[in-house]
Design a protein around this ligand. Sequence first.
Ligand SMILES: [Zn+2]
Ligand SMILES: [Zn+2]
Length: 281
Amino acid sequence: MSIEFALALWFVLTFLLALGNTAGCHRLLTHRSYEAVAPVRYALTLLSAAHAGSPVLWVGVHRVHHAFADTDLDPHSTIKGFWYAHCGWLCSGARNLVPCVLFALSGFGLQFTYLVNDIRRLLGHLKPAWRAMCRDLMKERLMVVLDTPLVIPALFGLQLWAAWAIGQWWGVLWLWSLHVVQNNISWVINSACHHPAFGTRVHDAGSRACNVAWLAWLTHGDSYHGHHHLHPVSARHALEGGIDMSWLFICTLHRLGWATDVKLPAGMAMPAWAGRVKARG
Ligand SMILES: [Zn+2]
Ligand SMILES: [Zn+2]
């Protein structure tokens, strides 16, 4: 494989994997901001699971976050510090800079925590409490399979095997960099987008959630997080304009007839090119 092709593939996958999280796990599965045809729903789910783990766990944690944002019950509250919210909550509740930065740069550290937690589940030391928040998703076979112990580690093992088979250590390095970027793009929503130092707070949002416009390109529009907490069900997050790639993607799906029931705040409508939909609030 040429370096040019490896680089091009890296950028394409970076774009698609992040979309799996934002348009898929977040807007489609967690908030049910729109409905998508089965192939799109499954593709987005698998793209997200490839780096962010079980969608049922992801959705369960995120629904708790919305219910208790910026309180002691928030799984990744910035009240416990920026680094705790970024990734410390995923690695033994660390709040200090050094362990959190090391974990953030580890790339595969998140996958290691999934393996440990799955072993704890198999030994009966960890109950899948997150499933109680996702009774809707638990009706789907794919979601149940992806939330079965050792399935996510197997998915990651497959990635490692392919990376090694194609490029040996260079392949592993390529995969590591992909995971480092994906992890931090996802985590920055919980840290920077809930920290007043980084963006514009939306006062009605009832939390510290803020809009961080300069992160919109990286996060496919999810960094308009203040707007999101204000209107959690809205398929569009950049409600006052700005880069929202996930929204453009959902509009495109709708135009193609692959997405329906797109939710928007009262008074808003889809652009004419995507086919107008009455706002449902
Ligand atoms: Zn939030
Ligand atoms: Zn959300």
